[in-house]
Every structure is written in structure tokens, then in C-alpha cells.
Design a protein around this ligand. Structure first.
Ligand code: ZN
Length: 188
């Protein structure tokens, strides 16, 4: 199932990478969130890396998504697709949950969060999908706490929006684009 919705027929890594980026662009809340397609300096190395490695990264995210699903009864599990994507710095987002698409789309900027903490970011976005809201209110807190308990993560101590907005606490990387350029120590 991984990556099936982003169809590319090319075997050339650059073309595959670019097709992928245009695919996730169409799923973002705002197409400008995936602006690297216009970044002539970074576009080539990113597309090459994506073309060769994105399926392995998305398979990992898919596993984390399944771990979140497993915290709920089948009838409580929202239909969700998940993809890794480099999100434009100007938006200041590490991940997003687009409730307007069907299925719901979660995009994770795997370059901005250390790989050991990707699950935590998936959990944060999954809770939005489960609560059916982009806000960080009581319903969101309930979904998030349920996920945390199911996955062995400390649940949030308060339901204050200021805490929930950044919960669970995950560790950022130094240079978001380094991972996407294949310069990270973690190899895929
Ligand atoms: Zn949030």
C-alpha cells in the first residue's frame, strides 16, 4: 500500500523524485508548503535521494501509522494516508494533518525530526485525524492521551493548548535539508 497514491511510471530517480514531490504538493494544506520543486539548488539532490529512498522511509512511517491504528478499535480508526515530505521552512511545521483529503493525509518532514522520534510526531498528527480537528482542544487531548497510553508514551500532564501544541516532545535535527540530501548519518 505504501506510496500507491503517488503514481510515477519513470525509472529515472530524478523524475521519480520530482513526481513524488508534485504528488505530496497536491496533498498539502497549501501547495506552497512543498516549495523545493522550485528550489533550483536543492531540487536535484533531493529528487535523486527521494527517488531512491522514499519507499523505505514511507514504509517506516506506515509502520508507525499502524501502531497508532492499533490503539483503537477498527471502527474508530480514521482512513489515513501518510507520506514523508520536505515542508517549506517558512511554515515552521514539522508535520501536518490535512483533514480535507479523503483519506486524511498526514505529511511528516522526516528531515526536521531525529528518526528515533518520528513516531512521536506521527502520534501528534494522528491525534488530529482521530479528533477530526486541527485544534489542540479537549477532544484532541483525549485522542492524544489514548494514543500515548497505548504506545507507552507519557500522556500530557495538562490539556492546555500551549502544551498540547508541542506534545509529545520530539527532538529536532540541526539541518532539515541534510537528511533529504542524503547527508544524514542515518541511511535508508
Ligand atoms: Zn498539532
Amino acid at each position: 500500500m505504501v506510496g500507491k497514491l503517488i503514481i510515477t511510471t519513470s525509472t529515472d530517480p530524478f523524475t521519480r523524485g520530482l513526481d513524488y514531490l508534485y504528488g505530496v504538493r497536491s496533498l498539502a494544506l497549501d501547495a506552497e508548503m512543498i516549495d523545493v520543486v522550485f528550489d533550483m539548488e536543492n531540487r536535484k539532490p533531493l529528487c535523486m535521494w527521494i527517488g531512491e529512498h522514499i519507499e523505505a522511509v514511507n514504509a517506516k512511517l506506515e509502520n508507525y501509522l499502524q501502531a497508532c491504528h492499533d490503539c483503537f478499535h477498527p471502527w474508530e480508526q480514521p482512513a489515513i494516508q501518510i507520506f514523508a515530505a520536505p515542508i517549506a521552512q517558512s511554515f515552521g511545521l514539522d508535520g501536518l494533518c490535512n483533514l480535507q483529503t479523503n483519506p486524511i493525509t498526514i505529511l511528516i518532514d522526516v528531515g526536521r525530526v531525529i528518526p528515533a522520534d518520528w513516531l512521536l510526531l506521527v502520534v501528534h498528527e494522528y491525534a488530529h485525524a482521530h479528533a477530526g480537528s486541527p485544534g489542540h482542544h479537549e477532544k484532541y487531548a483525549r485522542s492524544l492521551s489514548h494514543l500515548c497510553l497505548g504506545l507507552g508514551i507519557a500522556p500530557p500532564e495538562s490539556i492546555q493548548e500551549s502544551q498540547l501544541r508541542f506534545y509529545p516532545d520530539y527532538r529536532p535535527t540541526q539541518n532539515p535539508l541534510a537528511f533529504w540530501r542524503g547527508e544524514s548519518a542515518v541511511s535508508y
